[in-house]
Design a protein around this ligand. Structure first.
Ligand code: SAM
Length: 227
């Protein structure tokens, strides 16, 4: 029996990594990376030199068997993704479940993720919240947005920059102009921005921009919230 480590890595700023994450990456036998080129930047920065293999959404099913083989042979595997916590809108879940089902130990090393960083930075209520991840592009999208509009508590959504305006417009249709939201962009990075306010006002601000770039989390307050 062996151990599968799930290790949170920075969501932008390379300094956002724990001592334990570095120690564990240095001691693991193999590291499974979402993109080996992306992770090499981090690993080289911390002088971590270990055998890597790719583990991403297109080979996840096939690579779970590979991970189990390594664990069954008594070696440890550490899973990292391009950013944040593996398994959170990233590959990880299938391998974690398989490791448990096969009697291995699963050890998650906490650290950065975009959800908690955004919801805390938003200044919107963070005592309870729902995480929606990425909304489906077509089928089911409207139902999920309606549920966000009806929610009593804060909702956190991951969105890509080129779909932000479309999403905020649709949200506006269901939530109205007065709903409090926050668009958290490029968290922990040089051009970090936390833009909060009423939906119509935040939408108008982003609509007026010539381009919207970077990684984005949208935080939507519950329907009764006002300030
Ligand atoms: N595993 C990651 C986590 O723990 O948050 C999430 C990975 S998901 C593929 C990538 C999405 O997370 C981005 O599209 C964006 O919505 C959000 N995200 C990641 N890094 C971010 C950052 N620095 N600022 C804002 N949002 C970020």
């Amino acid at each position: 029996m062996s151990t599968l480590y799930i290790i949170a890595t920075p969501i932008g700023n390379l300094k956002d990594i724990t001592h334990r994450a570095i120690e564990t990456l240095k001691s693991a036998d193999m590291i499974a990376c979402e993109d080996t080129r992306t992770s090499s930047v981090l690993l080289q920065h911390y002088q971590i030199d270990k055998p890597l293999f790719s583990f991403h959404q297109h080979n996840e099913h096939h690579k779970v068997a590979h991970i189990l083989n390594i664990l069954n042979g008594g070696q440890t595997v550490a899973i990292i993704s391009d950013a944040g916590m593996p398994g959170i809108s990233d590959p990880g879940f299938l391998a974690i479940r398989a490791a448990h089902q096969n009697g291995h130990t699963v050890c998650a090393i906490p650290g950065p993720d975009a959800i908690t960083t955004a919801v805390v930075a938003s200044g919107l209520p963070c005592d309870r919240f729902t995480f929606e991840g990425f909304l489906p592009p077509k089928k089911g999208r409207q139902t999920r947005i309606k549920a966000i509009a009806d929610s009593e508590i804060t909702t956190v959504v991951y969105e890509s920059p080129h779909k932000l305006i479309r999403f905020l417009r649709m949200l506006n249709d269901f939530c109205g102009d007065e709903r409090w939201i926050c668009v958290a962009r490029e968290l922990t990075k040089k051009f970090e921005e936390v833009r909060r306010g009423k939906l119509a006002e935040v939408l108008a601000d982003f609509q007026a921009r010539p381009a919207i770039k970077g990684e984005i989390v949208v935080v939507v307050a519950g329907k009764e919230y006002s300030e």
